[in-house]
Ligand binder design. Structure first.
Ligand code: IPD
Ligand code: CA
Ligand code: CA
Ligand code: CA
Length: 278
């Protein structure tokens, strides 16, 4: 059901509304039968709930901002490079919404309660708003460019750990088993013995939000897409952390191999990851 437009709501208000509505709806579907399809491989799933969530978010955004552009995961053909091609087609957009309607679909399918809705808004390629909503814990993470990042209305700050050996890190096991996963395995072997410990929740956007909140000191994963990272990258930057590609280049929408940390451990983690890839 579309809401009537009452004035022009702020970008943030619309994003929060979308994330909360979609998240609450997704949660009501947890554990019930959902029809399931494979996308690119048996490791890459999509459900009717992913599609329903994306439609709900897109409709709400388009109602408020009909002249904006929209890039959602389920509107793009599956495949490792499709997201960058789609992004390329939208590079002229003044305002571009970048949406992952469920980040953590595999978790959702198995009833493992770690999945989020991720919504970002880019203005001329620069992310100005990021919202990640975790319906299982009713946690909403939000950042606006230059205005800080918040969870439960409280300002977020990245963790204080100064070295990898005192850090709790996270990674993810990519659906791309040709290139991304084998590299990730090598990296894990190199980093795990050095870190305090490693987690892998199955939601890249949740890991990004947790780095921003100081619950993790760092996160890395290979072969991701703009919708996995866009919102989380701003959460981390606005919390005082650092987000780069594997080669250390500052985060931009085309980054697929991400390293996201509190900042202090960044160079040390980058070095370990680069050595592992040799
Ligand atoms: C996936 C999750 C997962 C990561 C995969 C992503 P999806 O996104 O972020 O943590 O390991 O690489 O594709 O498909 O559940 O939105
Ligand atoms: Ca997916
Ligand atoms: Ca995702
Ligand atoms: Ca998704």
């Amino acid at each position: 059901v579309q809401e009537p437009i009452v004035g022009r709501k702020s970008f943030a208000a619309v994003a929060i509304n979308c994330a909360a509505k979609a998240g609450e709806w997704i949660k009501t579907k947890l554990g019930s039968y959902v029809s399931l399809n494979m996308k690119f491989s048996q490791h890459d799933l999509v459900t009717e709930i992913d599609k329903g969530s994306e439609t709900m978010i897109r409709n709400l955004i388009m109602t408020h901002f009909p002249d904006h552009s929209f890039l959602g995961e389920e509107g793009v053909e599956p495949g490792p490079n499709a997201s960058l091609e789609a992004l390329d087609n939208m590079k002229e957009a003044e305002y571009l919404w970048i949406v992952d309607p469920i980040d953590g679909t595999t978790n959702f399918v198995h009833g493992f309660p770690f999945f989020v809705v991720s919504i970002a808004l880019a203005h001329k390629g620069e992310i100005i708003l990021g919202v990640v909503y975790d319906p299982s814990r009713d946690e909403l993470f939000i950042a606006e460019k230059g205005k800080g990042a918040y969870v439960h209305g409280r300002r977020m700050r990245v963790s204080q750990e100064k070295a990898v050996h005192e850090s709790l890190l996270a990674t993810g096991f990519p659906a791309d088993h040709q290139q991304a996963l084998p590299l990730n395995m090598k990296q894990l072997q190199s980093v795990a013995p050095k870190a305090r410990n490693i987690r892998a929740s199955g939601s890249a956007a949740l890991h990004m939000a947790y780095v921003a909140a100081g619950r993790l000191s760092g996160f890395w994963e290979m072969g991701l897409h703009p919708w996995d990272l866009a919102a989380g990258s701003l959460l981390i930057q606005e919390s005082g952390g650092r987000v780069t590609g594997l080669n250390g280049e500052a985060y931009h929408l085309g980054i697929k191999d991400v390293v996201a940390t509190s900042g202090d451990i960044h160079d040390e983690l980058l070095k370990l990851l680069k050595e592992a890839g040799k």
